[in-house]
Design a protein around this ligand. Sequence first.
Ligand SMILES: [Zn+2]
Length: 293
Amino acid sequence: MRIKPFISSIYLSGLAISLFVFSVNLHAVTQLNFDNLTLKGEFLQGGIVIGKTIPGSKVIYDQKPIRVSSVGDFIIGFNRDEAERVSLKLIAPSGEQFSRQLTVQKRDYKIQRIDGLPKSKVTPRKPEVLARIRKEAAQARQARKLDDDRADFLEKFIWPTIGPISGIYGSQRILNGQPRRPHFGVDVAAPVGAMVVAPASGLVTMAHPDMFFSGGTIILDHGHGLSSSFLHLSELLVKTGDVVKQGDLIARVGATGRVTGAHLDWRMNLFKRRVDPQLLVPPMTTVKNSNKH
Ligand SMILES: [Zn+2]
């Protein structure tokens, strides 16, 4: 919403420059202006970019048509290991087509190699546990499929809880040469019971009290396929179908599921793509004490 006046002035004047700065450049937020199209966000792996085009246009990202709002807003994102170039095609209401190749900057992830570990003595999981894990994964997948017309993703995101960052997006451990699943969330260490607020408005698409891996888990949809997931919660204060506003209390931090200590694991998806929520919020250190929950 905050970029609207600028966008309209671009359309009116036909200028394609980006000398205007709207907010403090906390990360490497870039604004690219093309004819009929403005892109603003982080052009790097895990990044999210908000697009604005002429209402009624069609946008094809990565060979698939994506939702464009009635006022021309859309959102694209990049995976942890996204290729260096991604394609974006625009079909204007006039039928005119524009194609862009976007460059996605590569990121260095924290990789921890641990060798010489004794062979795992973990007993294989029972069939009923495996069935439960599969069922829960399907539930989460279903919740993240929603392609809703709301555009809550245009809000300036806030931290859902405050505390030291104890885990970051993309990090990975390689144990005895075996790469483990990368960590896709940002972990915030906070005591059991600390407040979890909605980082942006949204619709609760899943509120599960006890998932095998992630314990108490909420998925909050921000529109156009962008969703936040909150893991290891001790208490859920919303239910599936609830609509919440940014800053609303939705849950409490916990240590449920497979964890070693209390923390909030905040993840973000753009449909199946895993994006980095930390890129959307100001650095934790700049958050004032008065914002402490
Ligand atoms: Zn985590």
